[in-house]
Structure formats: C-alpha cells, structure tokens
Design a protein around this ligand. Structure first.
Ligand code: OGA
Ligand code: MN
Length: 201
C-alpha cells in the first residue's frame, strides 16, 4: 500500500478546481509503479477483452472508435489493490476539498498494441452518466521522449490541445464531463490503468 503524496493531492485538487485537468508525474513510488507495470505487461492476451463503447444495453465495439483491450481491476488481487487503495484516498480527499460526492471508483488495465488508438470522445455526457472524474495512470518504462512511439493522450481544452506522453508513473486526472480527448495510434505496446469516480445512482 502507499498513499499519494500531500503535494500530489494538493496539485490535483487545486488544478481540478481551477481548470478541470492536471498531470502528476511520479504519482506513485517507483516500486509500486514497477509492480503495476510488470503486472500489466504480463497479462496474457486471453485475459483481456475488447473494450465496448456506450452504456449497458447498447454495448458495442466500434473498430473505428477504439481498439484497446481491457480487464477490470479487482480489489481482491495484487497488485490491483495498490492502485485502488490510492484512489480511495484520492476520493476521500476530493470529497472533503471539492464536495464532489464521489461514491465509487472503477478502473481497468488497457493494452494498446501497435496501431491501436481511441478516437476523440468524452467519458461522460451531461445528464446521462454519473462519471465525474477520470484518471489515467501510465505504465510504460522507457517510453521514447521523441514522437516515434505515438500513443499520446491529447486533451482538448477551450484554449488548446495538450499532448501527454504515457510515461511510467504519470497520472492524468480530469473532469469526465465535457473534456474531449483521444489516444493517438500507438507505435509500440502501451499500458495504462484508466479509471472513473462515480457519483449518484
Ligand atoms: C479512456 C481513455 C486515455 C489514455 O480509456 O477512456 O480516454 O490515455 N484513455 O489511455
Ligand atoms: Mn476517455
């Protein structure tokens, strides 16, 4: 188990409040990041399934929108509990500081193989979903500093587009409603944990 540092908690709270998104580097201790990265990389392809798009009942896989493969984290399993524990702490902090009323957190590992992408989308539509805050933790050691590996997250804010490389132990947190984003085609295998805090029903 580990806790997010006080400075990370402060940064996330302050930035969510002021502009709705933030990037935290070295969000977790190296051993924890490496344990999660090793676990994600070792997941057999058979353990992962195609991610769907849309809510229950209209579940569909859209080759044109997203091509990653996922598996949900399980709090009973190591090392998933490391990450879920840290997110429980973040949930409490955000509720105390920003009164977001977050009630639960769900997260999945995602594997993007070369050529995989996730086109521009929002994680929650106003009035339709109870996803309030999105998180993405990246699990890729030695990700190239140039653009040769693709796989960047692009966040589209009112002012600009922000390109974020999926480097090990980097955490991106943003408000789920109304912040369009996409994952550019990856040129090498790319691992992450994407998660959502929910409020209400
Ligand atoms: C998602 C998502 C971003 C990323 O899974 O909804 O937007 O960088 N992921 O993996
Ligand atoms: Mn998303």
């Amino acid at each position: 188990m580990f806790n997010l540092s006080e400075s990370s908690l402060h940064l996330i709270t302050e930035r969510l409040h002021s502009c709705g998104w933030c990037v935290v580097d070295d969000a977790l201790p190296a051993e924890a990041a490496l344990a999660l990265a090793a676990h994600a990389a070792a997941l057999p392809n058979e353990a992962l399934h195609r991610a769907g798009v849309g809510r229950a009942g209209q579940h569909q896989t859209l080759d044109t929108l997203r091509r990653d493969h996922i598996v949900w984290l399980d709090e009973q399993c190591m090392p998933d509990d490391i990450w879920l524990g840290a997110m429980t702490q973040l949930q409490q902090h955000l509720n105390q500081q920003l009164y977001l009323g977050l009630q639960m957190y769900e997260a999945h590992y995602a594997r993007y193989q070369p050529g995989d992408f996730y086109g521009r989308h929002v994680d929650a539509f106003k009035g339709q979903s109870n996803r309030v805050v999105s998180t993405v933790l990246y699990l890729n050691g030695n990700w190239p500093v140039d653009n040769s590996a693709g796989g960047e997250l692009v966040l589209y804010t009112h002012e600009a587009s922000h390109h974020i490389k999926p480097v090990l132990a980097r955490l991106v947190v943003f408000l789920s409603e109304g912040l369009p984003h996409e994952v550019l085609p990856a040129a090498r295998t790319r691992h992450s944990i994407a998660g959502w805090f929910r409020a209400g029903g």
